[in-house]
Design a protein around this ligand. Sequence first.
Ligand code: PMV
Length: 362
Amino acid sequence: MMELLERIKKTTYVLNEGSSSWSSPSNIAMIKYWGKYAHQIPANPSLSFTLDICKTETSIDFKPGNGQGISIDFLFEGKTNEQFELRVLKYLKSVTQFLPMLKDLHFSIKSSNTFPHSSGIASSASSMSALALNLSTIYNELAEEKLEKADFLRLSSFLARLASGSASRSVYGGFTVWGESEFFSGSSDLFAIPVENEGISPVFQDLCDDILIIEKGAKKVSSSAGHDLMHNHPFALKRFDIARERMGEIRDLMANGDMEGFGKLVEKEALMLHSMMMTSDPYFILFKPNTLSVIEKIWEFRREKGLPVFFTLDAGANVHLIYPSEIKEVVKEFVRDNMLVYCENARYLCDRIGTGPKNLNL
Ligand code: PMV
């Protein structure tokens, strides 16, 4: 990575105007990232799969700036949004150290989501990966030396990570790993890597994720505040060790097609993530009574039907129902008859494992 960054920094470029547009999906972690060190270095490795439907579309028109550094205008879902604009500007300024050409440009950015933002669904993963992919495209448009696909994606993942850790994983489709792990060769704290399908039993290559919207409103504690609370957390070091070990466990379960073992590990991860929140200082709880009701119903359904339906949670109250697509019809019925009463306005999103971001200019 360092060699790639050096090359990028040294390349000459011609300032021009142009445009770039990407759609990038969110992802859902099976092994969770919770806790980080300076410069967005994760305290433990994580593994997720990239979604298909929940995504952000971001288009950027760029032109030479006014010579006074980077400048932007920003529309989120067609409207100005000062909070997002400031966050994006701060981020763009912070990455000029890697992409010096950015400081000579003005950006008109338009971004929109296909799902509710700040709902506990990782919208920062889709939005920040879409932004990062656009930056790599702009680099390739203006730089003398263009990046090949592998370097292009690695740079995008590196840049996405600096905006939001989990965003680094959305640059690839399928399963991805971010954070150095002895169980995944080539893994790194600096960027995510895709997990090759050869190592994954086919039953995992077609997973569904029904996102039950328990609460659409903004979450009370941001994930960056949550990560910070892992410093001085009494269980932090043990948690990080367990997560590291679980990377090996999940790799083996996926290689062996052990859906039952996989699902149970994924549930343990979700509950451990939330138990870290409940035992931090200050402590907090992000799930709601309906989250627990849904979990109980899932367990009951699994017991009665013997079908592989599992849950995971992000940093929020919503429940992700994870299951193989071959039982889609029976799960649909289960959700309709038993789950919707717990969802805000009976809302849920049917998503699945996806193939990754798309360049909308191609
Ligand atoms: O990428 P962040 O800083 O929003 O953190 C995401 C943390 C979790 O979603 C809870 C877990 C994960 O690995 O995605």
